[in-house]
Design a protein around this ligand. Structure first.
Ligand SMILES: NC(=O)c1ccc[n+]([C@@H]2O[C@H](COP(=O)([O-])OP(=O)(O)OC[C@H]3O[C@@H](n4cnc5c(N)ncnc54)[C@H](OP(=O)(O)O)[C@@H]3O)[C@@H](O)[C@H]2O)c1
Length: 315
C-alpha cells in the first residue's frame, strides 16, 4: 500500500490506518454496543495482512479495553506496526470521563497505555481533545518531556483548531493533527488543511465514513435496531433532521461509486485522501470483512470530474 510521510517525522504511514474506537465495545458513554474481542483481533490481523502499517487507538476507548485488545492482538509479533494512541480523556472509578491534561495525569496515563499495549515506546502520542482549555500548555509541555525521556517517539494533537495549534507550536511543533474529516463533516478543508499543509504538520483524519453512515449500509431499520449502548443513537447526524439529509447524500453518491466500480465506503475514504496534505485516513472496523472492503480505498484515485461532481453534493 502507498505510504505518505507524517509531517516532518520519520514515520511513513500507509494511506489507510486502522482505527479501534468501536473495538472498545460497550460499557461506557461513547461505546458502540457489544463487540466480540476475537472479531476485533481478526480485524487487526487482517489489517496487517493487507499491508496497513499503523493503528490508531486511545486510552479512553472502552476505558482501556481497546488498548488491551490491541496489545493482545500484537502479542509475540517480532515486527509490530506503528502504534498511535491518545491521552487527556481519563476516567474515574465510576467510569465517568474526566477531561484532564495536567502533568501528573498525562504521566500516569502514558504508563498505563504502555502497559496495556505491552510495548516499550509509543510511536505517536496524541492529546485527544484541547480540553480543559486552560491546561493546553501544561499538557503539551508534558508531551515534549515524554519524547525526551524516550516514552514516546512523536507527539501530535487531535480536534485542535488553528488557533490552538498556534498556541502550542512555540513550545514544539506537533508532528500531526487528527481532525474529523468526511463528506458529512468537511469543515477541515477551510482553515486547518491549508494551515497543516503550510506548516508541514501531518494529518491523520478520522471517521472518513462518518461512523459507517457513508458505507451505504446504514438504513433507518438498521438504526432502530442499534444497541442502546451504541453512542450513534445520540449523534445528531444519525437523528433528524440531519439523518434525512445524510441518507439523501448517500443515495446520490451510490451511482457515482457504481460507475467507478467501487463501493461507497471506498469512494468516501478515497475522497478524503485526494489532498496530498492528508497523510492517512483512519478507518474503523469491527471485523475482518469490513476491513477487507475498506482497505482497497488506498489504491483508488479519483478524477477531477468525479471530485467536482461530489463537491456539488457536499456543499
Ligand atoms: N480523535 C478523535 O476524537 C476520534 C474521533 C473519532 C474517531 N477517531 C479514530 O478514527 C477511527 C475511525 O473513525 P470511526 O471508527 O469513528 O468511523 P469510520 O471509520 O468512519 O466508521 C467505522 C465504522 O463503520 C462501520 N464499517 C466499517 N467498515 C464497513 C464496511 N466495509 N461496511 C459497512 N460498515 C462498515 C463499522 O461500524 P458498524 O459495523 O457498527 O456500522 C465501523 O466501526 C476510530 O476508530 C478512531 O481510531 C478519533
Amino acid at each position: 500500500m502507498k505510504t505518505r510521510r507524517l509531517g516532518n517525522s520519520d514515520l511513513n504511514l500507509t494511506v489507510i490506518g486502522l482505527g479501534t474506537w468501536a473495538q472498545g465495545g460497550a460499557g461506557w458513554k461513547f461505546g458502540w454496543g457489544p463487540q466480540d474481542d476475537e472479531q476485533s483481533i481478526a480485524a487487526i490481523h487482517q489489517a496487517l495482512d493487507s499491508g496497513i502499517n499503523w493503528i490508531d487507538t486511545a486510552a479512553v476507548y472502552g476505558l482501556g479495553h481497546a488498548e488491551e485488545v490491541l496489545g493482545k492482538a500484537l502479542k509475540g509479533m517480532s515486527e509490530k506496526p506503528i502504534i498511535a494512541t491518545k491521552c487527556a480523556r481519563n476516567w474515574d472509578e465510576d467510569g465517568n470521563i474526566v477531561k484532564v491534561q495536567t502533568r501528573d495525569s498525562i504521566r500516569q496515563e502514558v504508563e498505563n497505555s504502555l502497559k496495556r499495549l505491552n510495548i516499550e515506546i509509543i510511536d505517536l502520542y496524541q492529546v485527544h481533545w484541547p480540553e480543559p482549555e486552560e491546561q493546553i500548555e501544561e499538557g503539551w509541555e508534558t508531551m515534549t518531556e515524554l519524547v525526551k525521556e524516550g516514552k514516546v517517539r512523536y507527539i501530535g494533537v487531535s480536534n485542535y483548531s488553528v488557533e490552538q495549534l498556534e498556541r502550542i507550536s512555540p513550545i514544539q511543533k506537533p508532528a500531526s493533527l487528527q481532525p474529523p474529516y468526511s463528506m458529512i463533516k468537511p469543515d477541515f478543508e477551510k482553515d486547518l488543511l491549508p494551515y497543516c499543509d503550510k506548516h508541514n504538520i501531518g494529518v491523520v483524519c478520522y471517521s472518513p465514513m462518518y461512523k459507517g453512515l457513508l458505507t451505504g449500509k446504514i438504513t433507518r431499520e438498521r438504526l432502530e435496531g442499534l444497541a442502546h449502548s451504541d453512542h450513534r443513537r445520540n449523534d445528531p447526524n444519525f437523528n433528524e433532521p440531519k439523518l434525512s439529509q445524510n441518507l439523501e447524500l448517500v443515495e446520490n453518491l451510490k451511482p457515482i461509486a457504481a460507475d467507478l466500480g467501487i463501493t461507497l465506503a471506498q469512494l468516501s475514504i478515497a475522497w478524503t485522501l485526494r489532498w496530498p496534505a492528508v497523510t492517512s485516513a483512519i478507518v474503523g472496523a469491527r471485523n475482518a470483512n469490513q476491513l477487507q472492503e475498506t482497505v482497497a480505498a488506498g489504491s483508488v484515485e479519483l478524477s477531477q470530474d468525479v471530485i467536482a461532481t461530489i463537491q456539488n453534493l457536499v456543499n
